[in-house]
Design a protein around this ligand. Structure first.
Ligand code: GLC
Ligand code: CA
Length: 552
């Protein structure tokens, strides 16, 4: 297999709004990030993926961009950005920028012009259509509730927005749009950034004829009909030739609706498109019926089956990204592990072991290295995220759920679970800000925080530090082939990695039960990491949430 620095890297995602506030306005900022680079260096990661820091009216917290080449006022200035980039580079940490180009903000000058008249020069930068029988052009729903079409009085046409109505979709079929985007990317690359995470990039090519789509839950058709559209690979190849191939950068495409076959194309070994993609199948396994809203636990057997499909399916053909957490996902300890005081830390370590020993590039989302958990939301007023708030209103008003049913499900799956401020210490507001945080801190910060964990050798932080160090030390963890054992076992996730003569065994007990497992010859192997000090795995006993990694 061809080696590459981005295959051997460990990425840490920062959601700037919630990471560290340097000036007491309650909002995280760039100077806050710079002040924590030593913390990240100590953790051992070598790439930061920065969620959007560009100018934005913040309808979707920065994923609605009104100027791709200016910094959001609340986050600081371009000088702050340059200082952060340099300070990161000095520490051997690369910076990957979020690239949100399926859509812009409706406040972006391109859209302001586009909507101004039908014959405006930028009209075709976006997707405008006439209504059909006095209604929307088709049945597509927005990912954030309601129709994906917004009628604009001024010109009596509808524009497409797969996300909020303040996020109109760019028209990638227009070569001028592609050129604008590629030029903008080139300017960022010339500034010295190290890569792009591409927001919903699988959605940029819309299906021909804009047909109605299937309705899975609720009133509207799925926007997934836009996933992996007819021209998406052409557009990415063009982007690759025009920009990406000219720089030594890493790219990861957020690919809603991606299948294994499609991922093999996006992230192909010839590198004609992207380095890797984020797929979503595994984080959808605890969805409800037709909706993501549910309090269901993530089921282990289907999870093993799914991750194994991706591990085997991309091996030698493309490259995997490894993640459980990001700014759109509730906290994994609360979904797959156990966030009670008794098991929070041990299950967080078990989950980390399981993910970090796989083939691919691992992503750690801020706070995951502390075992941060879901937060507490008692009423719809406690949420900030528009996805949660809109879904609550739409689905209760249309009678799909009662408020009593829906509130716990949204509290469990809301993106706000990932967005509560980073828990730095046990002081007021978890040391995130001296002001009033933009989103309430998780009340468990006095128990779960970085200061405590840095001081404690057996903490989740130090365990992640070790997982990260191991990947740098052992090639087999990066490049080895993966094979699943015990596919049907409801408690144990067991797999091997193989590289030449070497073999690694990874055993994770995802249950509160003691379990037995015969390690065979591996009982005499070299233990690379384990989450219990008093383990008796050699005798075939596994404790609740025990994880062991052995090299032969
Ligand atoms: C991606 C982002 C999400 C955002 C959406 C629209 O899924 O991760 O946070 O809301 O795209 O940009
Ligand atoms: Ca601030």
């Amino acid at each position: 297999m061809k080696k590459a620095w981005w295959k051997e890297s460990i990425v840490y995602q920062i959601y700037p709004r919630s990471f560290c506030d340097s000036n007491g306005d309650g909002i995280g900022d760039l100077n806050g990030i710079t002040s924590k680079l030593d913390y990240l260096k100590e953790l051992g990661i070598n790439v930061i993926w920065l969620s959007p820091v560009y100018q934005s009216p913040n309808d979707d917290n920065g994923y609605d961009i009104s100027n791709y080449e200016a910094i959001m006022t609340e986050f600081g200035t371009m000088e702050d950005y340059d200082r952060m980039l340099e300070a990161a580079h000095q520490r051997g940490i690369k910076i990957v920028m979020d690239l949100v180009v399926n859509h812009t903000s409706d406040e972006h000058p391109w859209f302001v012009e586009s909507r101004s008249s039908k014959d405006n020069d930028k009209r075709d930068y976006y997707i405008w259509k006439d209504g059909k029988d006095g209604k929307e052009p088709n049945n597509w729903g927005s990912c954030f509730s309601g129709s994906a079409w917004q009628f604009d009085d001024k010109t009596q046409q509808y524009y497409l927005h797969l996300f909020s109505k303040k996020q109109p979709d760019l028209n990638w079929a227009n070569p001028r749009v592609r050129k604008e985007v590629f030029d903008m990317m080139t300017r960022w690359c010339d500034k010295g950034i190290d890569g792009f995470r591409m927001d919903v990039i699988s959605l940029i090519s819309k299906p021909e004829g804009y047909p109605d789509s299937e309705v899975y839950g609720g009133t509207y058709g799925t926007s997934n009909i836009c996933a992996n559209g007819p021209k998406v690979h052409d557009y990415l190849k063009e982007m690759n030739q025009t920009v990406l191939s000219k720089y030594d950068i890493m790219t990861v495409g957020e690919c809603a609706g991606v299948t294994l076959e499609e991922a093999q194309r996006y992230a192909n070994n010839e590198q004609s498109e992207l380095n890797m993609v984020f797929q979503f199948e595994h984080v959808g396994l605890d969805d409800g019926d037709g909706f993501k809203w549910s309090t269901k636990k993530m089921p282990l057997v289907p999870l093993k089956e799914n991750l194994t499909k991706w591990q085997k399916g991309l091996d030698g053909v493309a490259w995997n990204s490894l993640y459980f957490c990001n700014h759109d996902q509730p906290r994994i300890v609360s979904r797959l592990g156990n966030d009670s005081d008794a098991y929070r830390e041990i299950s967080a370590k078990c989950i980390g072991t399981c993910l970090h020993m796989m083939q691919g590039t691992p992503y750690v989302y801020q706070g995951e290295e502390l075992g941060m958990t879901n937060s507490v939301f008692n009423s719809v007023d406690d949420f900030n995220d528009l996805e949660s708030i809109n879904a609550y209103h739409e689905l209760t008003e249309a009678g799909f759920f009662t408020p009593q049913e829906l509130l716990p499900a949204i509290a469990h799956k809301s993106r706000d679970n990932a967005r509560t401020p980073m828990q730095w210490d046990e002081s007021a507001n978890a040391g995130f800000t001296t002001g009033k945080p933009w989103l309430a801190v998780n009340p468990n910060y006095t128990k779960v925080n970085a200061k405590d964990q840095l001081a404690r050798e057996d903490s989740v932080f130090h365990y992640y530090q070790k997982l990260i160090a191991l990947r740098k030390q052992y090639e087999i963890i990066v490049y080895g082939h993966y094979d699943l054992l015990l596919a049907e076992d409801p408690d144990l996730y067991v797999y091997t990695r193989t590289l030449g003569e070497q073999k690694l065994l990874v055993v994770c007990n995802f249950s509160e039960n003691e379990r037995s497992y015969d390690f065979g010859a591996f009982a005499e192997g070299k233990v690379l990491i384990q989450n219990y000090k008093d383990s008796s795995f050699k005798e075939g006993n596994l404790k609740p949430y025990e994880a062991v990694v052995v090299l032969l």
